[in-house]
Ligand binder design. Structure first.
Ligand SMILES: NC(=O)C1=CN([C@@H]2O[C@H](COP(=O)(O)OP(=O)(O)OC[C@H]3O[C@@H](n4cnc5c(N)ncnc54)[C@H](OP(=O)(O)O)[C@@H]3O)[C@@H](O)[C@H]2O)[C@@H](O)CC1
Ligand SMILES: [K+]
Length: 498
């Protein structure tokens, strides 16, 4: 499991470790790791051009010491000093190694600065790290904009400047890096958008902080974590023991969501799928998924008549009228785990009592749906994903899977799980319905809401990548049903350790 921390947690650990070590040890460890990363990013070090963007704090100090190491290996190193102060020892080290310095007396539009940035093979962003607060101020903001047009490799020191290391929030200009070398442990903000998309490749450089770190507030499951959690049939299994999932989805107007949710459930390995809905979606589901047991539910009927299930999925495409409300309420009245998605969430936004249940409840909103549930604009949620995922879990008393550029799974009292698989190509109609089916199958298979949600997000992301053209993620458009098709292969390679 990858663990991630806030700036304060890192600082506390850093203080505890620093008290045991000679002064400057940690910075030298950090600078060495940073210099090694720069060496690897360069075709050859000797004769290459390295430009350091240096802020006033220790983040700048790291850049200066790393620059000194590169200068000693024959690189031409120029430091652009952006702050009112500079890490004096770091600057002295760079100067001794033959590096040069340039002030910003003429501002960031200084042609000399632009020329350096334009010719840099590697541009090192040492403006601010975990000490950064709020939107980048000038002249740092101007340098971040300049870095955006740099032709060389942009390497961020600890955190891309302008990204809040604790939350991933980005208030103004921020550096977009090709590679971020972060020290001691991952910072939560490096895993969560909008910050995460500024990070590029992430390298965590150990500097000995491990024993001093607290319980993490943010974690990410890795492949083996997910493989170890997935429900798998044993010799004693039968379709009922493996988990029967009930799906309440679709309407005479919207039939696709029903087919897609059932597809996710079947392909994720549900023992049996029971589908309940209006006549037309039932017809469509029967035609596409003969494996499912279907029942037409007329207005006023109770879904319980469909048969016993171990978990319900309620909502995709079911509509939001009174009949839909009654149907959702009858499924959610059952004392088994339930997943509420899409129209089910719109209904819950109008009537929160739908979510007040004794059995575990998982909601799977995108930012717009969560916005309606909390009464907050969607773009505000997009900007502060970690905060709102946590708040929703606490306020609504449910497990929250917040979809979008980085999927988060939050439950009160525990660390938030970030999903690291996926591809931007997943942002297309119907993929959420497939995800609901997968997570519902895992709930029915006996996983907790937290595990069902995070394992579903993981395999959904893997299948999405495969559908887009390859295990690492290709660049091809995908349709939602492609994800269901790729699921068995993705799960197979995950379980095999691939
Ligand atoms: N943790 C570890 O174990 C290790 C940590 N190490 C390193 O130390 C780094 C932390 O260093 P740090 O504490 O000196 O803070 P840092 O990030 O350099 O920035 C602080 C300065 O930035 C400024 N500033 C702030 N916000 C701003 C804004 N919005 N816009 C513009 N300016 C802004 C503000 O300057 P001021 O405005 O006061 O002049 C403030 O003083 C850490 O990220 C890692 O790289 C390694 O060396 C060793 C191991
Ligand atoms: K930085």
């Amino acid at each position: 499991m990858l663990t991630a921390y806030t700036s304060d947690e890192i600082r506390t650990a850093e203080r505890a470790l620093m008290a045991l070590l000679p002064e400057g040890t940690l910075m030298r460890r950090a600078a060495t790791a940073l210099a090694v990363a720069c060496v690897e990013a360069l075709p050859r070090v000797y004769g290459s051009r390295v430009v350091l963007l240096v802020g006033s704090g220790d983040n700048g100090g790291d850049a200066l010491y790393a620059g000194a190491l590169l200068a000693r290996r024959g690189a031409r190193v120029d430091a652009v000093l952006a702050g009112k102060r500079v890490h004096e020892d770091g600057l002295a080290e760079l100067t001794r190694a033959g590096g040069r310095r340039l002030g910003l007396s003429q501002g960031t539009s200084d042609p000399a600065v632009r020329a350096l940035v334009d010719r840099a093979d590697v541009l090192v962003d040492g403006l601010v790290g975990i000490g950064g607060t709020g939107a980048l101020r000038e002249p740092y903001a101007g340098l971040a904009r300049l870095a955006a047009g740099a032709p060389g490799v942009v390497v961020a020191v600890d955190v891309p400047s302008g990204v809040d290391a604790s939350t991933g929030e980005v208030e103004g200009d921020a550096v977009t890096a090709h590679l971020t070398v972060t020290f001691g442990a991952a910072k939560a903000g490096l895993l969560i958008d909008p910050g995460a998309s500024r990070v590029g490749a992430l390298r965590v450089a150990g500097i000995g902080l491990g024993p001093y770190l607290p319980e993490p507030g943010v974690v990410a499951l890795t492949g083996p974590d997910v493989a170890g959690r997935l429900p798998r049939p044993g010799a004693e299994s039968n379709k009922y023991r493996r988990g029967v999932i009930g799906v309440v989805a679709g309407s005479d107007r919207f039939t696709g969501a029903a087919v897609l949710a059932v597809a996710g459930a079947v392909r994720a390995g549900a023992g049996l799928v029971r589908f309940a809905g209006a006549a037309e979606p039932v017809r469509q589901v029967r035609a596409r998924w003969p494996e499912a047991v279907t029942a037409v539910v007329s207005p006023g009927e109770d879904v319980k008549d469909v048969g016993r299930v171990q978990a319900w999925v309620v909502g995709p495409g079911m509509g939001t009228d009174d009949d839909a409300h009654a149907l959702a309420a009858s499924a959610l009245a059952a004392g088994v785990p339930a997943l509420v998605d899409a129209d089910g969430l719109t209904l819950a936004a109008r009537d929160r009592s739908l979510l007040r249940r004794a059995a575990p409840t998982l909601i799977t909103p995108h930012t717009g749906e969560l916005g309606r549930l909390l009464g907050v604009p969607a773009d505000e949620i997009e900007a502060r994903r970690l905060y709102y995922a946590r708040r929703a879990a606490a306020e609504l008393g449910v497990t929250v899977l917040l979809k979008g550029s980085t999927t988060l799974v939050a439950e009160e009292g525990g660390p938030v799980r970030v999903n690291l698989t996926g591809t931007p190509w997943l942002a297309t109609g119907g993929t959420g319905d497939v995800l609901a089916g997968i997570a519902g199958a895992y709930l029915a298979g006996g996983l907790s809401a937290l595990d069902a949600a995070s394992c579903a997000a993981y395999v959904h992301g893997l299948a999405g990548r495969a559908a887009a053209g390859g295990p690492g993620g290709g660049e091809a458009p995908i349709a939602a049903l492609d994800i269901a098709r790729e699921l068995p292969g993705a799960i197979r390679s995950l379980v095999a350790g691939g």
